[in-house]
Ligand binder design. Structure first.
Ligand code: TXA
Ligand code: MG
Length: 327
């Protein structure tokens, strides 16, 4: 696997050439690194499933460089979708729309919808433009592991399984896009992200439906997803002043990802503080989990922020990352 530098035009050209030749490569987006394949090349898409060891039937998001490309993938684009595109694209909002005739079941996992997003990361759009075709791009991590937010995370998880990683620095959003399902009568959040339910409801001037629990074939909904290898314990913030000293007293090496309660220094092998706001917290969350997971710890403890609307996406990811919850 080679590392390409997104700052060099010749490396961007090389990335597009690899994709055009049916290779799969990791590219930066503002949310997490994606494992890109030419969305019109089925053998290339098959390689994505193999490289991630992702079960067939888990659908993929199509990434576009122009809003108009939606029409290539969706059968019908309701007005509400265009309003959302105008407000949120390019950016971390994926729209789930009724799929067009002929869109491969390989991409949709046999679901009736197609998920489309236009990333705001300049490098992602540049690669798609140079390729001249849209790409599918799941997060560039082995199945069920933590998503990568830097080229080094990709290298650690995917070396030997993909042709290249295009290094475009650290992802600024840090967690996966919000997925809004527009295939039903009322829009529904299929995966929470930093574009929150409240924000979408305010913008659209309507309530969003509660999404029916999706089938197991929808990977974001597999409970054990985004997991470190090290046992990870979540502690609700109000309990942490009491629980942190207890938990760090256990034998072995403990790492603490904390939010507002500094852990006891003498009993903590590694400590990382995450940001105050959902945005700053999300930006460093996966990096913190990757760092802890490499530090030969017995356990990782994460102080959980409140369960309010603004923190919902972070809670969703932490619930999946944690093997145990306290509080
Ligand atoms: O931020 C993101 O969305 C990142 C970056 C790389 O763009 N991508 C990403 O892809 O998170 P992935 O494959 O790791 O997660 C895709 C999610 C899954 O939960 C999948 O089930 C859902 O999108 N999804 C994709 N296509 C779908 C479809 N046709 N119907 C229902 N759910 C779908
Ligand atoms: Mg993923």
């Amino acid at each position: 696997m080679i590392t390409l530098d997104a700052g060099k035009p010749e490396d961007l050209a090389r990335a597009a050439e690899l994709l055009a030749g049916g290779d799969i490569i990791a590219i930066p987006t503002e949310t997490v690194y994606g494992l890109a394949a030419d969305a019109t090349n089925l053998p290339a898409i098959r390689k994505v499933f193999e490289a991630k060891q992702r079960p067939i039937g888990h659908p993929l998001i199509v990434h576009v460089s122009e809003p108009d490309h939606i029409r290539r993938w969706a059968k019908a684009v309701p007005d509400i979708a265009w309003r959302l595109v105008e407000k949120y694209w390019p950016g971390p909002l994926t729209l789930l729309l009724p799929k067009a005739e002929g869109v491969s079941d390989f991409i949709t996992g046999g679901q009736p919808g197609i998920a489309v997003r236009m990333p705001s990361h300049r490098v992602a759009r540049e690669v798609i433009k140079r390729l001249g075709r849209d790409v599918v791009a799941p997060s560039a991590n082995p199945y069920s592991r933590i998503s990568p937010t830097s080229a080094s995370h990709v290298i650690r998880g995917m070396a030997g399984r993909i042709s290249a990683v295009l290094d475009g620095g650290e992802c600024t959003v840090g967690i996966e896009s919000t997925i809004l399902d527009l295939t039903g009568d009322v829009p529904a959040i299929a995966r929470p992200g930093l574009v929150s339910r409240q924000e979408l409801e305010d913008f659209l001037g309507m309530g969003l439906a509660d999404h029916a629990p999706a089938s197991i074939a929808v990977p974001g909904n597999v409970k054990h997803h985004y997991q470190p290898v090290t046992p990870t314990i979540g502690v609700a913030a109000p309990r942490s002043a009491q629980a942190l000293p207890e938990l760090t007293r256990q034998p072995g090496r403990t790492g603490v990802i904390w939010w507002q309660t500094p852990p006891p220094e003498d009993r903590t092998a590694e400590a990382i503080q995450l940001g105050d706001t959902p945005e700053t917290y999300a930006r460093m969350l996966y990096t913190a989990l990757h760092t802890m997971d490499q530090a030969n710890l017995t356990r990782i403890i994460v102080e959980l922020p409140p369960e309010t609307d603004a923190w919902l996406a972070i809670h969703d990811r932490l619930n999946r990352a944690c093997t145990e919850l306290v509080g």
